[in-house]
Design a protein around this ligand. Sequence first.
Ligand code: HAM
Length: 422
Amino acid sequence: MIQKAKGTYDVFGEYGKRLLYVEELIEGLMEKYNYEYFRTPIFESSNLFHRGVGETTDIVTKETYDFKDRGNRDLTLRPEGTASIVRSFIENKMYGNHTIPVKAWYYGPMFRYERPQSGRFREFYQFGVEVFGTDDPIADAEVISIPVNLYKLLGLKGIKVNINTLGDSESREMYRQALIKYFEPYINELCEDCKERFIKNPLRILDCKVDAKSEILKNAPKTIDYLNESSKKHFEEVKKYLDSMHIEYEVNTNLVRGLDYYTHTVFEVEASVEGFGSQNVLCGGGRYDNLVETLDGPKTSGVGFAMGLERLMTALDYEKVEMPLINGIDCYIIPMSENEKEYATHLCMELRLNGFITDIDYNNRNLKNNFKNADRLNSRFVIIIGEEEKNSNIITIKNNDTKEEYKVKYEELIDFLDEHIN
Ligand code: HAM
């Protein structure tokens, strides 16, 4: 038997219904925030992610799905959405021909060759946003408010917002120097990857999964102590706007995030319910004021976030969040014999096009089994089409709950259902 690839999963049944509900809510929320829907290709030039996400990140060094196509081009399955949206912003010259700020939202599969475990997949879905063309801290706060408000709409309660700042380029450079000075005496106590990180990008040491619990990392200098005045002011204002939106947060000075492009604000929202498991980061993001330039665009500020749908679904299940899902169908049609199937099929189509959730017996079941099937499908009405109904155009329709039976003219059936359903 052929099985699904490691780290992937199938969607169907109740999970599928719940997922569609969440997706619709996301779409509705993005409409209210006035964000524009973007869809970019699932594969892109490998270069985009190497330069965009960062050569020293775990994602690029260990986790990308790289391949050559038949034309010998180097391509990569996207491990995240930001680099692609930035590419699209630049390639479509949105800095010149779009209303600024460009506020993009996206949704789709991402691919990372990680060790699969609960909450960590090799193919996973992200919902994310990216805002281009404003360095105002109000944008940082707005971006943070999106996942928070989505969780609120869904009724998810056990969440915690962690924020931090890396400061602008000048502050980051001062911080980098401080990290080099601090880590130098400990270099031999760090893991092999971190020895490499020390040379290429010492900030990445703070994000190491191997050394995460070591005292050396815990006592490392904090970004917040190396901020210049304008970076401090930016962070203060982000907090002010979050307060004004009544969004609760905690400043977590250890938060640096696993991608290279961030400047100023970084944030993560975690599921803070006991027993949730180690993959509890529901979403993360931050500001990236140099990325557009790094990818050959004009200097443009950016800020955004992305959330993993799988972890969100797990959190919703974990908290037993209920959703107003459609349960059952409106009508189930039973053609009594082969002779009535054509007529019944036509009726089925009419009802569906008029907005009624309708199904029909495909399997020539007998009447008893058909009624059992109507119960299984949780149908509100059962429509029986026999020879008499077909010839007279008067339909027999039965309320499957009360078992009351009605005779309704074909042309009055829609009005009848409108009256009896909703
Ligand atoms: P990230 O932190 O790498 O950020 O991923 C964002 C979210 O995607 C995570 O918080 C997690 O919920 C989910 N996620 C990541 N990897 C996996 C996985 N292997 N399995 C399941 N879920 C996963 C980014 O991707 C940035 N592009 C976010 C961003 C947007 N920053 C600015 N704009």
